[in-house]
Design a protein around this ligand. Structure first.
Ligand SMILES: C[S@@+](CC[C@H](N)C(=O)[O-])C[C@H]1O[C@@H](n2cnc3c(N)ncnc32)[C@H](O)[C@@H]1O
Length: 247
């Protein structure tokens, strides 16, 4: 299906979304009339394509902000169960209302994407152990994004998809100045390169599709599923002992 933003708004399956991609805390709050959605048209096109590729039974989203993406992803993929974590502890009232009227959906506020115990419990209990799609739109920080991947990749079903949004921030024009607050953060590109090396090492990665707004890692149909120690995902990475990338 096509999901088209018209005059900064989108309606899907009776739910209304107002787009706000401005940075910082001044973004619009979701209200009874519409959820706030932090996505451009190119993201919606990518998810519309993915809709033809996978019918996920269980989804985890990392980073919901005002809940717009949680509701939209739910409407696009119609999974049996869907859960999310958001580091902000303050629940979003219209999202809480949506969860109340939509069984099998949970959002855990005040929970970090790097919280192994919380993510493990969500897969086991909220999703009944079935995880087919992960969407990470949370911190966009190398370390935390890697931690989530180390926790959730081993739990992803064979053929499942792991999406990492907004990985390319370090290459944006506005991020090149040494005074930029993100200068101190390692680029997400480091993680992408590590995952490409993992793909090359004949691991459980079937393919990595890289777009500017996101990349999507597909798990091999023959891959294993189950809990694994934090660094187990890297066990297959062969790099001739050379140093890891460090941008
Ligand atoms: C870009 S916004 C998400 C936008 C939302 N997915 C959408 O498209 O409408 C990123 C969100 O991630 C949250 N976040 C930042 N660090 C996080 C962390 N360590 N764990 C979970 N959420 C985090 C932020 O509080 C923020 O709400």
């Amino acid at each position: 299906m096509k999901y088209e933003i018209v005059n900064g708004e989108l309606t899907v399956d009776g739910e209304r979304f107002v787009i706000d991609i401005t940075g910082g805390k001044e973004r619009r709050r979701s209200d009874a009339a519409a959820f706030t959605l932090v996505k451009t048209q190119s993201f919606l096109n990518a998810y519309a394509q993915m809709e033809n590729q996978i019918k996920p039974r269980g989804i985890i989203e990392l980073g919901v902000f005002q809940g717009g993406s949680f509701v939209l992803i739910d409407k696009i993929f119609k999974p049996e169960r869907m859960s999310a974590v958001e580091i902000d502890a303050e629940p979003v009232a219209p999202l809480m209302d949506y969860l109340k009227r939509t069984p099998g959906r949970n959002v855990h506020f005040g929970t970090s994407q790097g919280d192994r115990a919380a993510l493990t419990k969500i897969v086991d209990e909220d999703l009944g152990g079935v995880l087919d799609l992960v969407i990470d739109d949370a911190s966009h920080q190398y370390g935390l994004t890697k931690q989530s991947f180390e926790i959730l990749w081993p739990r992803l079903s064979p053929g499942g998809l792991y999406v990492i949004e907004d990985w390319a921030w370090a290459h944006g024009k506005s991020r090149q100045d040494a005074s930029d607050p993100w200068t101190k953060h390692p680029a997400m590109t480091n993680l992408l390169i590590e995952q490409i090396m993992l793909l090359g090492s004949a691991s459980e990665i079937a393919e990595i599709r890289v777009m500017r707004q996101m990349y999507v890692i597909k798990k091999l149909a023959s891959a294993q599923v189950g809990p694994a120690p934090q660094d187990a995902v890297w066990k297959d990475l062969r790099n001739r002992g050379k140093p890891q990338p460090n941008f």
